[in-house]
Design a protein around this ligand. Structure first.
Ligand code: GDP
Ligand code: MG
Length: 370
């Protein structure tokens, strides 16, 4: 594995060398600035400083792209981002629809809801919750494959009359692999003769222990179609969010992740981006995966034009050079020169990768014909 000096690691994080030495000391590692540490230790330090470990760092071009470490005082509470998962026909779509209708802000805004792959609701107490609204499992898998983590928690929908099914188990595995907590929404409780104990025990077999069985996973009984107990589910999400103490610095350049994208006949490349750090402004220069552009317009899930979007807000943006894939990162940059430079570098890397893959495929074909 790669090694790195303490000073170099500090430089890459835009942190003080002394701070890194201190962090290492707290982890029981004595090292001076010029000493090297292994990649695993470096990764722990990076996490300690609140950074995501960088997936693409083969080039100086991308150095510093993630910006400096946020000071504790700059971190403000942000809404939770929730993904709904569960077996087919257990009621994911119905629940997403029902939850969207609970939005107290939408009533006042009187806007026309539009599907942009994610939406945000304001609950009775004023707290906000963002729901990812794209088909759960594929989106989750695609994003994780790209190293993107967008969701803070998973609401696992289990139909009371059907119990734990293959995709329920898959969802449990996804959540565990991503290290995000689960809330169980036992759905369809309006149906006659449902057996809640059976569902709980089936979950237990997959190491999801609900509170009534002495565990710490919240379980809420709901009916998506009859709109029963939706407030309770929202409360459970708010409670879980408080436990997670989710924070971000809104006062820096924006960083986010593409949730959904398309090529629109009239509007060109359109991408829904979840802002995760900082604030995205109309007019900002951004790189998104291998694409770039100036944010020409920003729309929320209520079809309203926005001038700015802070952490955890999903927005549809216009103005990109092309259509980025779901899971690609967005970063605001200083100017067009920087945007072009990073974009060109990434385009070139993509072409190299494609050429290598094509070469490998030709090789296989040649082998087969030999
Ligand atoms: P998905 O495949 O998980 O997205 O499930 P859907 O939301 O499409 O729901 C599948 C079926 O279950 C539909 O016919 C829904 O009307 C029905 N359904 C969803 N939630 C409930 C519920 O709470 N009660 C009842 N009785 N039916 C429900
Ligand atoms: Mg569905």
């Amino acid at each position: 594995p790669e090694a790195i000096t303490v000073q170099e690691l500090a430089n890459r994080m835009a942190a003080r060398g002394g701070e890194v030495v201190k962090a290492l000391f707290r982890m029981g590692v004595m090292a001076t600035l010029t000493q090297t540490i292994d990649a695993d230790t470096a990764e722990l330090v990076v996490n300690e400083f609140g950074h995501r470990v960088k997936r693409v760092s083969e080039s100086d071009v991308e150095l510093g792209l993630e910006g400096a470490v946020d000071a504790e005082a700059d971190l403000l509470p942000r809404p939770p981002v929730v993904t709904i998962m569960g077996h087919v026909d257990h009621g994911k779509t119905s629940l997403l629809d029902a939850l969207r209708k609970t939005d107290v802000a939408a009533r006042e805004a009187g806007g026309i809801t539009q599907h942009i792959g994610a939406y945000q609701v304001t609950v009775e107490g004023g707290q906000k919750i963002t729901f990812i609204d794209t088909p759960g499992h594929e989106a989750f898998t695609a994003m994780r494959a790209r190293g993107a983590s967008v969701t803070d928690m998973v609401v696992l929908v289990v139909a009371a009359d059907d119990g734990v099914m293959p995709q329920t188990i898959e969802a449990i595995h996804h959540a565990k692999a991503a290290g995000v907590p689960l809330i169980v929404a036992v759905n369809k409780i309006d149906k006659p003769g449902v057996n809640l104990d059976r569902v709980r025990n089936e979950l237990l077999q997959h190491e999801v222990v609900v509170e009534s069985l002495g565990g710490d996973t919240q379980e809420i009984q709901v009916s998506a179609t009859k709109a029963m107990n939706l407030e309770k589910l929202l409360e459970a999400i708010v409670l879980q969010a408080e436990v997670l103490d989710l924070r971000a610095n809104p006062g820096r350049g924006a960083e986010g992740t593409v949730i959904e994208s398309k090529l629109d006949k009239g509007r060109g490349a359109v991408a829904t981006v979840l802002v995760q750090k900082g604030t995205l402004h109309q007019g900002d220069m951004v790189v998104v995966g291998a694409e770039w552009g100036r944010v020409r317009a920003m729309l929320d899930d209520k079809g309203r034009q926005l001038k700015e979007a802070g952490p955890s807000l999903p927005v549809e943006i216009l103005g990109l050079s092309g259509v980025p894939a779901a899971g690609e990162p967005l970063t605001a940059v200083e100017d067009e020169g920087r945007a072009r430079e990073i974009s060109e570098f990434r385009q070139r890397k993509l072409r190299d990768k494609q050429a290598a893959a094509a070469g490998a495929a030709r090789g296989t074909l040649a082998d087969m014909m030999a």
